[in-house]
Design a protein around this ligand. Structure first.
Ligand SMILES: [Zn+2]
Length: 291
């Protein structure tokens, strides 16, 4: 291996990152690179029965199961409650110290426009840290980074402003692990999210049946794709269709990167370059995305 890449995925809740960049995380880890997920909230809002303390402790255990599946490090700010993440100075300093300690070559985070206040704050915090991670007089107790990292926003389905796919990465070979990672968030996939969508009665009891339920509806590979499945409402729940949304939308980018093979890729993750990080030059792209 030429160089060990250090990739840091920074999100709000303990499961956000698994959905958005779980595939690329698996690919990095499998190739011997170093990956760290950081959830800046403890997940305390994610249940209808368990108390905030009970659910955040349970969710932490779920993240550690994900860490095992993917071969990554998964950190959670356990003192930071859901729905209360603020892009303030104190939190900026905390994040800058964390980023410097990990010293990433590339950071992945959500876009600043998003329905959830914690997602917006998380994105804002990364942008606020983007330059000051290299400023030695800011938080001098942790040495400043020598070089600013590349920062990428991961794909979401929001339309305003439209997502610009600068980079599409094939994750077909990591999709099984990506669904395993999602299934490890049992409290979310099989309890809380179905509760919020009124589908609790549809969740199978058997663990293997549950995993298959999470993938349903599956993507047919015979050309009989149901395009109506990609509407905003339907794509809100886990399914193979949700995982295929970016590939279908940015097919031209996949073909540009992978040639003819790009026509057959359904599971891909899309990223947009945040212009406040280091520029993603052709050389940087080749070095940071060797897939
Ligand atoms: Zn979230």
């Amino acid at each position: 291996m030429a160089k060990q890449i250090r990739a840091m995925m920074i999100g709000a809740h303990p499961d956000d990152l698994d959905f958005r960049c779980g595939g690329i995380a698996v690919k990095y880890a499998r190739a011997g690179h170093k990956v760290k997920f950081l959830a800046m909230c403890n997940g305390s809002g994610g249940h209808h029965i368990m108390s905030p303390k009970e659910i955040s402790e349970r969710r932490y255990k779920e993240t550690q199961r994900v860490a095992e599946i993917a071969g990554i490090e998964y950190d959670v700010w356990m003192d930071s409650e859901d729905c209360e993440l603020m892009a303030d100075l104190e939190t900026r300093k905390r994040l800058v110290r964390e980023i410097r300690k990990f010293n990433p070559d590339v950071i992945f985070c959500s876009r600043p426009n998003d329905y959830h206040p914690d997602h917006r704050s998380a994105s804002q915090l990364v942008q606020d840290a983007s330059y000051v991670v290299i400023v030695p007089h800011f938080c001098p107790d942790v040495p400043a980074m020598k070089k600013a990292p590349v920062i990428l926003h991961f794909y979401d389905h929001f339309q305003n402003p439209p997502f610009k796919a600068d980079l599409m990465i094939d994750v077909e070979d990591a999709i099984d692990e990506k669904f395993e990672m999602q299934a490890a968030h049992e409290s979310q996939m099989f309890e809380w999210l179905p509760y919020t969508k009124g589908t609790l009665d549809q969740v199978p009891a058997d663990p293997e049946e549950r995993k298959e339920w999470l993938r349903q509806p599956r993507i047919p590979r015979d050309g009989s794709l149901d395009m109506s499945m990609f509407t905003k409402n339907l794509i809100g729940s886990p399914s193979e269709y949700r995982e295929a949304a970016a590939a279908v939308k940015f097919r031209d980018k996949l073909i540009e990167r992978y040639g003819e093979k790009g026509k057959d890729i359904y599971f891909a993750e899309g990223f947009s370059v945040c212009e406040y990080g280091a520029p993603l030059s052709k050389e940087a792209e080749q070095e940071l995305f060797p897939f």
